[in-house]
Design a protein around this ligand. Structure first.
Ligand code: AMP
Ligand code: MG
Length: 518
């Protein structure tokens, strides 16, 4: 395994001068050198061959002892120095101070086919940023991140990716529901990959410490390595940078809304500066379409990170980033303008996205109303989002509309006349609206099916894979991994996954209820 190793991140950013792996505040540094912990009995459970080939790792090399040792932290790739990054963050609306990579360790940076990738382990032991926790990860949360990040990629959602999923062979103690019942679980490590793991919190921490010198140099590094911004004057460059981050953040969230993904913990330390979906924790997929839904039980009271609030939170997080960048820009107006633009762009892009889900490509003044009424109608009774939109592409005429989507109702036997009538009225308007479209029925169907996935990683599906994996059977992980590589395609052999959530999963821990414990 010969990788083309680069060191842009470590050579262009200041390192923590202390080498001892003790928990502490780390100042005037972007990262601390730290080695992963050796594990008892490492075992690879799954590898993304596609991601491996992006890094120039061959199929044969994936089966080597060396690869296994690298991706489980048991061996260090020659001439590389692993490190953990320092960042802060606003958690659930409050400034939380220094957080940092408490259980992520960056292994190295690889360049291949003109792409630069950072490879990172999650769950490989403590770092100076571990605070009161152990730096480890359990199997269930690792399976969830591994499967979901690759699924997101194939859905066309900007995301960090995964390379491997392994067992460490060590046991990890967790209190899943934070109710005083800790139990041992299997420890696991994923290796994940991204052009960068920098977060809003990486910039916020320097601003909070009034360390403007390091703030500026980290922004300079980020622009130089990740953005094509040509403005010569520093302030204009930083404004453009913020504008670009704002744009990418919105684009990512619009994608989440399109596929029904709820991140669950949109704290600023979980917001990628590149607008990638990052840190898959207590995330979930909408089953019933519901703006008020969040899978995260830690957020049960406030529901701050509920589905319908994700776009607002994106903006709130950008305000925090704007505050962090202010000391190097020193002007409020341009930052405000960008934040205002986010709201305007949200309206247009979200309308455009919803229209594409409905197969509407021309414009009509009543489109906003048609979509708002659809969203209201979808929430009258529990209606499966994925099935509804996929079925909608078969719509041909008003008379069959309701029948077509019937199977997306969770309690389809007890749909009241009132609900039926509301749907019929809506379908009548939809039918009329479609008449001004130019595309043929077949063309419309094809376009709709390219934005309305047939298969998503429903919460119960990961749970089934986790339950099996816990017993030592990893076939479902592989089956789901393959299924989700083609989420928009008809896969007749996989039709069983195009189904509503089974009733047993409605209120099950791990399916509809997830905490931050991972
Ligand atoms: P999260 O909201 O899950 O992204 O985590 C928030 C912070 O807690 C981050 O700084 C994580 O690195 C840290 N953290 C989460 N779990 C652990 C753990 N088991 N050990 C050490 N740090 C952790
Ligand atoms: Mg995080």
């Amino acid at each position: 395994m010969k990788l083309n190793i680069k060191n842009t991140f470590t050579s262009e950013n200041p390192a923590d001068s202390i080498l001892k792996n003790t928990r502490r505040q780390v100042e005037e540094a972007v990262y601390s050198y730290v080695n992963p912990k050796k594990t008892k009995a490492p075992q690879i459970l799954h590898v993304s061959e596609e991601m491996a080939s992006e890094l120039n790792i061959s199929e044969k090399e994936l089966t080597s002892e060396f690869f296994k040792n690298i991706v489980t932290g048991n061996e260090i790739y020659p001439n590389t120095k692993p490190f953990a990054m320092c960042y802060g963050g606003h958690q659930f609306g409050n400034w939380a101070g220094q957080l940092g990579d408490g259980r992520a360790i960056n292994l190295f940076e690889v360049e291949h086919q003109n792409k630069n990738w950072k490879v990172q382990l999650k769950g490989a032991g403590e770092t100076p940023y571990s605070r009161t926790a152990d730096g480890l990860a359990v199997l269930r949360s690792s399976v969830r991140e591994y499967l979901c990040s690759e699924a997101m990629f194939h859905l066309g959602v900007p995301t960090t990716r995964a390379l491997s999923l392994s067992l460490s062979g060590d046991a990890v103690l967790r209190d899943i529901l934070y109710d005083g019942n800790p139990a041992y679980e299997k420890g696991a490590i994923i290796s994940r990959v991204s052009p960068s793991f920098l977060r809003f919190g990486n910039y916020e921490i320097f601003a909070a410490r009034k360390d403007i010198k390091n703030l500026k140099s980290l922004v300079d590094y980020t622009i130089k390595n990740h953005f094509s911004i040509t403005e010569k004057k520093p302030k204009e460059r930083y404004i453009k940078f913020f504008k670009e981050v704002s744009k990418r953040t919105l684009e990512m969230i619009i994608h989440w809304q399109r596929v029904g993904f709820v991140h669950g913990v949109m704290n600023t330390d979980n917001m990628s500066i590149l607008g990638l979906t990052i840190d898959f924790g207590p995330y979930g997929w909408l089953e019933g379409f519901d703006f008020g839904w969040t899978p995260n039980t830690t957020d049960r009271q406030q529901k701050r990170y509920r589905y319908g609030n994700q776009p607002n939170i994106g903006l709130w997080n950008l305000y925090q980033l704007a505050n962090a960048l202010y000391p190097i820009i020193e002007e409020v107006a341009p930052l405000n303008k960008i934040l205002e633009q986010y709201k305007i762009d949200f309206e247009t892009k979200s309308l455009q996205m919803m229209k594409s889900k409905l197969g509407l490509f021309t414009s009509d003044e009543d489109d906003v109303k048609l979509i708002q009424d659809l969203e209201d109608t979808l929430q009258l009774v529990e209606t499966d989002m994925t099935i509804f939109f996929r079925k909608l592409s078969d719509f041909t005429d008003n008379s069959s509309g309701f029948q077509l989507i019937k199977e997306s109702f969770y309690d389809y036997k007890n749909i009241s006349n009132e609900v039926t009538n509301t749907w019929n009225l809506w379908f009548k308007r939809y039918d009329e609206r479609l008449k001004i479209e130019r595309a043929s029925i077949e063309e419309r169907k094809e376009k709709m099916n390219a934005v309305n996935p047939k298969y998503v990683l429903r919460n119960y599906m990961s749970q089934l894979a986790i339950d099996e994996a816990d017993k030592g059977n990893y076939t479902l992980i592989d089956a789901l991994f393959k299924l989700l590589k083609k989420p928009y395609s008809e896969q007749p052999e996989n039709e069983k996954w195009f189904a509503k959530r089974p009733e047993w999963a409605r209120n099950k821990v791990g399916c509809s209820m997830l905490s931050c414990s991972s």
